[in-house]
Ligand binder design. Structure first.
Ligand SMILES: [Cu+2]
Length: 168
């Protein structure tokens, strides 16, 4: 049955998480088809199932496309990075904007962290640091190496001003 072959292909393309969502839809549809009893309703249901899987595939594709080449993170008066975690494409640039009334930093240097777990870089990446940004100032950095970067604010690390950049 073409529907099943398409479904197998879809499973391979969307991976485990997306597949499970698609499987739930497909199972419900196949159950409905079995109780219906006729070959034509079975085919129609299989087509519906494939259509549902395709919808899931399209939403996965949109999610992948939404990873931008640039992002802005605000440093706030609440002593947080907003958003605290961002995901950008490899080669993308992140700009930190001090939108508060006090100084902040975006520090990607484990040697400056009070607590080891607050800062980490992908293997081979050299440390970097915005230095102290005055209110209204910005700092930009381009991320050429994929991986997870954990960074912190020097004045507010112990208050929990921590951020993560995921580069894909
Ligand atoms: Cu800060």
């Amino acid at each position: 049955m073409d529907g099943i072959r398409s479904w197998e292909a879809a499973r391979n393309r969307i991976g485990r998480r997306g597949f499970l969502g698609g499987l739930t839809v497909l199972s419900a549809t196949v159950l409905a088809a079995c109780s219906g009893g006729t070959a034509s309703s079975s085919n129609a249901s299989a087509a519906t199932a494939v259509s549902n899987v395709n919808t899931a595939l399209n939403s996965e594709a949109k999610a992948a496309q939404s990873i931008g080449n640039s992002a802005t993170v605000k440093m706030t008066d609440a002593n947080v990075y907003d958003p605290a975690t961002i995901t950008i494409a490899k080669g993308g640039t992140v700009t930190w904007q001090n939108a508060s009334q006090t100084v902040h930093s975006a520090t990607f240097d484990p040697s400056k962290a009070a607590k080891a777990g607050d800062c980490s870089l992908p293997q081979g990446v050299q440390p970097f640091d915005s230095g102290l940004l005055q209110p209204g100032q910005t700092f930009s950095h381009t991320f050429d190496t994929a991986g997870t970067y954990k960074y912190f604010c020097v004045p507010h690390e112990t208050l929990g001003m921590l951020g993560t950049v995921i580069v894909q």
